[in-house]
Ligand binder design. Structure first.
Ligand SMILES: Nc1ncnc2c1ncn2[C@@H]1O[C@H](COP(=O)(O)OP(=O)(O)OP(=O)(O)O)[C@@H](O)[C@H]1O
Length: 304
């Protein structure tokens, strides 16, 4: 696996506050990777450290296998930041910004820019200062993707977008990234955005990573089964170290299992269950479970 981003013991302290605390992150090349966390979790600081606009107190960032250089024009062509507070030429019209960007970026793709402007229905002749917040974010994304970076880094990209536009916008990120093998790193406080488009994720809380990995692997770590057991749940199953939670409603048991669960269905049937139903965990259920297990309330870690 080629690593687009790797951080090792990455730490950033602002006076007494640890904004990013010993973060080890691996973003595989070609993946869409989400960093999720509530306000103040350290997402923007982490992105700025990866971009090199902020320097760490400790630890290091490697991009495409190389240590992040303090100053490098070629990295500016390969890594592109999209955030709500990014500067924009507010007196330019939309099409003028595209023309200007075509002179700035060596790998500019004019056809792609046209396609994205059309798909996002961006008004070419409107002055940028007169665009809505959501439109400005869409314009930033269209420009960023047209510049063909190897690594677009998006900070809260769906802020200010209504649900319909948001869905289309996220879809566009997936299409453009998958079509080109681009790696996308995004920070958001919305788990649902990550669930919709990302392959991998890290959950950040007070600067620390609480859980990270490939989303399907994270989902596969925990399974839930529902089984009717007229004779009750045998102690051998209840006390199995892989069984982490048992809930009961009448004769129906909901059993949460972590780790190797290959034979649990069989064992439940052998215990007399007339039916055993595996329940697919949503990312938000999994997240709630993992956080509660670690002793955190889900709502302090995430807001959605
Ligand atoms: N330049 C700075 N000087 C001092 N403290 C800072 C600075 N930048 C960020 N912080 C602090 O570091 C912590 C993490 O902030 P950061 O902006 O990275 O969080 P975030 O997860 O991006 O939050 P949000 O979703 O609200 O943007 C916060 O406590 C913030 O107040």
């Amino acid at each position: 696996m080629t690593k687009a981003v790797e951080t090792v013991s990455l730490t950033k302290r602002f006076d007494a506050r640890l904004a990013v605390d010993d973060v080890h992150l691996t973003v595989p090349e070609g993946s869409i990777y989400g960093v999720v966390g509530a306000n103040g979790a350290g997402k923007s600081t982490l992105l700025r450290l990866i971009l090199g606009t902020l320097w760490p107190t400790r630890g290091e960032v490697r991009l495409f296998g190389e240590p992040l250089p303090r100053e490098s024009a070629s990295f500016r062509q390969r890594v592109h930041f999209v955030g709500a507070d990014g500067e924009m030429l507010r007196s330019f019209r939309v099409h003028e910004l595209a023309r200007y960007s075509s002179l700035l970026y060596e790998r500019w793709d004019a056809a792609r820019c046209d396609r994205l402007f059309k798909a996002l229905e961006l008004p070419r002749d409107r002055t940028i200062r007169n665009l809505s917040t959501g439109m400005k974010m869409q314009l930033r994304l269209a420009i960023a993707l047209s510049a063909h970076p190897d690594l677009p880094i998006l900070d809260e990209p769906t802020n200010g977008l209504d649900p319909v536009v948001k869905r289309q916008f996220l879809q566009l990120i997936v299409q453009e990234a998958a079509g080109q093998g681009t790696t996308v790193l995004l920070a958001t406080h919305l788990l649902e955005d990550v669930e919709r488009i990302a392959d991998g994720m890290a959950v950040l809380y007070q600067g620390r990573v609480l859980a990270s990995g490939v989303i399907d692997d994270l989902k596969g770590r925990v399974r839930r089964y529902q089984a009717a057991l007229p004779g009750g749940l045998p102690p051998a199953i209840e006390d199995d170290p892989a069984v982490s939670r048992v809930e009961r409603k009448g004769q129906v048991f909901t059993i949460t299992v972590e780790g190797d669960t290959a034979d649990i269905e069989q064992r439940l049937r052998a215990a007399g269950a007339p039916f055993v139903e595996p329940i697919e965990l949503e990312l938000s259920d999994l997240f709630r479970y993992l956080m509660e297990k670690e002793g955190y309330s889900r709502d302090s870690v995430l807001l959605s």
